[in-house]
Each structure stands twice: as structure tokens, then as C-alpha cells.
Design a protein around this ligand. Structure first.
Ligand code: TXD
Length: 315
């Protein structure tokens, strides 16, 4: 029985998700968008590449939430992306309203799905979705850490002329300017970073990772990154569908882990067919702990703003 993956939002990331999922044959795809034409057009276009790429899955474009019924996985990109000069936090007001609508649609039609939120400001949107929908916290997760870790690996790879596959690193905390590349947990060809790169250069690469999204927004002018975000979302969906029990940096609900509770933030989690099956607590040094707390504090502050925008979130 093929799995069913519904994509709420058929824009730049949604369309790329649909294409990647099709080529990997992870499951049949429902592309949902309020702009019905975008959903239907992209579903048809990818469907017409079936014979060329040889995948055997069905795609449907729709603006009817009934079509997402009983999805195994739902990936949410519905919302507006940044324009040059905007921060991720600037999207809060608009995207909070959108995620409330999406949560209603998912709660009514597909409450047992594993839900991956991508819409920004990510940590707030994923928490708001979980609150609005009431889905269990282990089945609601945010995509950001995989993308941020991949960006940091890419910059290290360019600087050190080392293939990315020889680099282990993880970026935790909020998906914003306070995100925390865990430098003591970064290895290049099995060696710690401090033997390979000066502190100044490392600081530059950390800053470039934090601003990785804005750098692409500046180039694109209209819209933001979508290939790497989509690839990151697919890795999470695949871990769930294939029960891979992979450890991945994702925005997950903290209930005491890392001395934090009642907040979503980027931490290493194990994803299998029960969703977020475990939160992995790394041993952090004083600086890492401090920086992670600062980042999570920033998430909590922005969530307070969200609660002022919509008091329903206070329940
Ligand atoms: O790491 C991360 N999490 C981020 C997330 C990485 C990159 C981009 N990030 C955010 O994803 C970005 O800031 C946006 O908030 C979302 C989606 O980005 P995308 O580039 O895909 O935006 P598009 O191309 O504008 O697509 C959004 C689609 C568009 O087709 C709208 O018609 C649709 O969302 N939309 C809706 N769909 C369903 N329901 C409602 N209410 C709705 N409103 C808009």
C-alpha cells in the first residue's frame, strides 16, 4: 500500500518537495494550495515527467482539504516568504493566520499524520500549529536544523576543501540569528575544528550560516531558498515513512530536555514511524549551554508576541 504525502502549500518549496518525493517514490502526493491552479498545474507537470524518470506514483492538485484525508505525512509550506531586508520574524503576523487555517484543515481531515512544518518563523509556526491542531507533540515537528547544519557543512567544505560527507556538524536552537552551530561537536575528517581553522574565519562561517537564508533572498529578490529546504524536509519524511530511526536536528517539543519546557526548538531527535521517538541530549560545555539557552529564549520571546497577536495561543 503506497504511503500518502500531502503538501500544504504548492509554492517554491512545495513544488520542489512534490518533485523530490516523486523521484524518490516515497508515496502518492497531494499538492494543496489556496491558489488551486498552482497546485493542479504543478501536479500535472510532475505527473507528465513520470515516463521520463520512471517513477510510479500518483499526484493530485487541489484546494479542497478533503483530498488530504488520512495522509501518512503532511508537509506545510503554506505562507509568505521573506523579501530582501525582511527578517524571518517579520513574517509572523501573516503566517500565523495562515497556519491557523491549515491547522483546522489538518485536524478535521488528517489528525493521525506526521506533520512537518517548514513555514517561517519556523519555531513559532510549528508550536502554533501544534497548539491550534491539538495533534500529539511527537507527531508535529519543524524543519530547520537539517538545513542550517547543511549550510554550515557546505561553508566548511568550501573553506577547508573537504567533501561535505567528511564533515560532521549540527546546528541547534532557534531557526534565526541566534542559531547555534555546535562547534565542539563538529569534526572534519574526524578532527576537531580548532586544529583546522582560525577563530576569526570560523566566526565568519558561523555568521554566514546564520544569515544563509538572507543571502539567498538577496540574490533571488523575489522569494527565498527552496531546493535545500525541500531536500531537508524530504529527509525527515523519509525517516518517518521508512522507520529509519535517524538522528536529525529538528524543531521538537521540549518537555524538560536541555532544561527547557513547553517550547519548540532545534535539537537532535530520533525520527522513526512513531514520529519524534526520542530527543537526544548532547553533553554541552558552558558556552554551548549558554548559547543554546539564549537562542531558545529568543524563540520564547517571539512566541509571547504570537500570543499577543492571537490570544487563542494562550490556551
Ligand atoms: O528552514 C526553513 N524552515 C525555511 C522556511 C527555509 C526556507 C523558506 N522558509 C519558509 O517556507 C518561507 O519563509 C515561507 O514562509 C515558507 C514557504 O516558502 P516558499 O518559498 O515555498 O513560498 P511560496 O513560493 O510563496 O509558497 C507559499 C505557498 C503559495 O503557493 C501560496 O499560495 C500558499 O503557500 N498559501 C497557502 N496555501 C494553503 N493555505 C493558505 N492559507 C495559504 N496561503 C498561502
Amino acid at each position: 500500500m503506497k504511503k500518502k504525502i500531502s503538501l500544504i502549500g504548492a509554492g517554491q518549496i512545495g513544488g520542489t518537495l512534490a518533485h523530490l518525493i516523486s523521484i524518490k517514490e516515497l508515496g502518492n502526493v497531494v499538492l494543496f494550495d489556496v491558489a488551486e491552479g498552482i497546485a493542479k498545474g504543478k501536479a500535472l507537470d510532475i505527473g507528465q515527467s513520470t515516463s521520463v524518470d520512471g517513477f510510479d506514483i500518483n499526484l493530485k492538485g487541489t484546494n479542497n482539504y478533503e483530498d488530504i484525508k488520512d495522509s501518512d505525512v503532511i508537509i506545510i509550506t503554506a505562507g509568505v516568504p521573506r523579501k530582501p531586508g525582511m527578517t524571518r520574524d517579520d513574517l509572523l503576523g501573516t503566517n500565523l493566520k495562515i497556519i491557523k487555517q491549515v491547522a483546522e484543515g489538518v485536524k478535521k481531515n488528517s489528525p493521525n499524520s506526521f506533520v512537518i512544518c517548514i513555514t517561517n518563523p519556523l519555531d513559532i509556526i510549528v508550536m502554533a500549529f501544534q497548539k491550534y491542531s491539538g495533534l500529539p507533540t511527537n507527531k508535529v515537528v519543524g524543519m530547520a536544523g537539517i538545513l542550517d547544519s547543511s549550510r554550515f557543512k557546505y561553508f566548511l567544505s568550501e573553506e577547508l576543501k573537504v567533501p561535505v560527507k567528511n564533515i560532521e556538524c549540527i546546528v541547534l536552537g532557534g531557526h534565526g540569528d541566534t542559531m547555534v552551530p555546535m562547534l565542539n561537536h563538529t569534526l572534519v575528517n574526524g578532527k576537531p575544528l580548532n586544529q583546522l581553522i582560525t577563530k576569526d574565519k570560523l566566526d565568519d562561517l558561523v555568521e554566514r550560516t546564520r544569515k544563509g537564508g538572507a543571502e539567498i533572498v538577496k540574490y533571488l529578490e523575489k522569494g527565498s531558498a527552496f531546493y535545500a529546504p525541500a531536500a531537508s524536509g524530504v529527509e525527515m519524511a523519509e525517516a518517518y515513512i521508512k522507520n529509519l530511526k535517524k538522528t536529525l536536528p529538528c524543531a521538537a517539543f521540549l518537555n524538560g530536555e536541555y532544561n527547557e519546557e513547553n517550547v519548540y526548538a532545534g535539537v537532535p531527535v530520533i525520527i522513526g514511524n512513531n514520529g519524534v521517538e526520542k530527543i537526544v541530549e548532547l553533553t554541552l560545555d558552558k558556552d554551548e549551554t549558554k548559547n543554546l539557552n539564549i537562542s531558545i529564549k529568543a524563540v520564547k520571546e517571539l512566541y509571547k508576541t504570537a500570543c499577543k497577536i492571537d490570544p487563542d495561543l494562550n490556551n
